[in-house]
Ligand binder design. Sequence first.
Ligand SMILES: Nc1ncnc2c1ncn2[C@@H]1O[C@H](COP(=O)(O)OP(=O)(O)OP(=O)(O)O)[C@@H](O)[C@H]1O
Ligand code: SF4
Ligand SMILES: [Mg+2]
Length: 430
Amino acid sequence: MSPARAAGHDGHDHDRSGEREQQREREHAQEHRPGREPDGPAGEGTDGDVLVRVRGLKVHFPIKRGIVLDRTVGHVYAVDGIDMDIPRGRTYGLVGESGCGKSTFGRALLRLEELTEGSVVFDGVDVASLKGEELRRRRQDMQMIFQDPLGSLDPRQTIESLLLEGMSAHGLTKGQDTRTRLRELMAAVGLPTAALRKYPHEFSGGQRQRIGIARALSVNPKLIVADEPVSALDVSVQAQVVNLLEDLQDELGLTYLVVAHDLAVVRHISDVIGVMYLGSLVEEADADSLYEAPLHPYTRALMSAVPVPDPEVEDVREQILLSGDLPSPAAPPSGCRFHTRCPWRQETRCDDERPELRVVDVTGRSVAGDADPTRRGGPGASSHRVACHWVEEIAAGTITPRRRAASDAEPETIGRTGDNPPGRSADSGA
Ligand SMILES: Nc1ncnc2c1ncn2[C@@H]1O[C@H](COP(=O)(O)OP(=O)(O)OP(=O)(O)O)[C@@H](O)[C@H]1O
Ligand code: SF4
Ligand SMILES: [Mg+2]
C-alpha cells in the first residue's frame, strides 16, 4: 500500500516507511500460518514477486436471442485483453467507470467467470486448468469481499455459523482450536467476541464489512479481491475499513486487488494502479507516479476531475471534459476504444489501430526494452504502461487537445474549473 494512509477514527496517520524491507519476512510468516499447507510442486519455479500473472485475458458474455434456437447475436466484451501482474504482498488498485469490466475481471481471477481467452496464473498454477475438487481447494487461497456484505451473508445464520461454514468447507475446523480461531478472527477485524452470536442485520454497514473481511480471512487466503469494499460506507467509516485492510496486510502478508470507481480510495490503499476503459487497461503505474504524472488522455481526464483542496490552485486548475457517454461494451469503437471521447484524437490512426499497452517513462518518452510488465523493474519503478499512440507527443505538447468553439453545441473540451458548464462532468463514473 502507499505511504499515504487514510486517517483513521483516531485521526492519526501511520508511517509505513520500512514496509518494503519487512515484506520478505511477512511472506515467510504467511507461508507458515496455521491451516496452510506448504505449497506443493505446483507453486515451485514461480517468480516470487508476482502472485497473480494475467496474460491476454478476455471475458466475453454472449448476447442470446430467441426462445427455441437461443441464437448468439453478439457479445458483451466485458474484459477484452488484459495483461497484469499483481505483486505478492502488495495492493493493486483497479479503477474505471461503471461498466468498464472491473468486477468481471476480479471474478475471472477467481474463476467465478469462465475465461474466454488468455491465462491467469495464480502462484504458479494456471487457474483455467483447474477443475472440480482441485479448483475448490485452490479457492481457499483466493477470497472476495463485496461492496454490500449483507447481500453475501445469509441473514438466518449467526456470524459464528457463517464463519464456520467457510472454514469447514476447507477442513479448517479439524484439529485446531476452532473457538480460539473464531475469537482471533473477531479480534483481527476489531469486533467483540459477543458478535459471533449475532445475526448480520444487527450490525452497521462498517461492522458488516468487518464481518465480510473476517469471513474472507477465516480460510487463510493469499489473495483478496475487494470489489468496491468501502463504496457503500460513510467517509469516516471508509477510512477505518481501509486502515483495517492495511493492518491485516502488514500482519498477514496478504495480496489485494482493490476494485473501485473512487480514485481517492484507490490512491490511499494501492501500491500499483491500473486504469480501465471499456474492457482494457489504458494505463498502469505505481500509485504516486500515476497521480503525479498521468499520461493517458483518459487518466488525465479522471485526475482533472478530482478537486484540489487549495482554492487558489483549484481556481486555475485545468479540467478536461470528455464529450459523449461511455460506449457500449457490446459495440466497442474501432481502433483506440477511447477515440470517440478523446480530445487528442488524431485521424485516422486513432480510429483504425488499437494501441498496445507499452512502457513509457513519466516524462512521456518511450522506454527501450521489453514491455513485459514483469521485466520493467517491478512496482516502485517510475515506468508507466500506457495504451496511446501519441502519448509522447501529448506529453511534449506537440499534439494539443481539440478545443471546441464557444458557439458549438458541445461545451469546451478543456477549461478552468471555474468555467464548467453546469451539470457537466469530465468523469461520468470514475
Ligand atoms: N453475466 C453477465 N452477462 C452479460 N453481461 C454481463 C454479465 N456480467 C457483466 N456483464 C456486462 O459486462 C460489462 C462489465 O460489467 P462489470 O460489472 O464487470 O463492470 P464494472 O466495471 O464492475 O461496473 P460497476 O462499476 O458498475 O460495478 C457491463 O456492460 C455488464 O453489463
Ligand atoms: S490513441 Fe488516440 S484516441 Fe486513443 S488515447 Fe491516444 S490520442 Fe486519444
Ligand atoms: Mg463492479
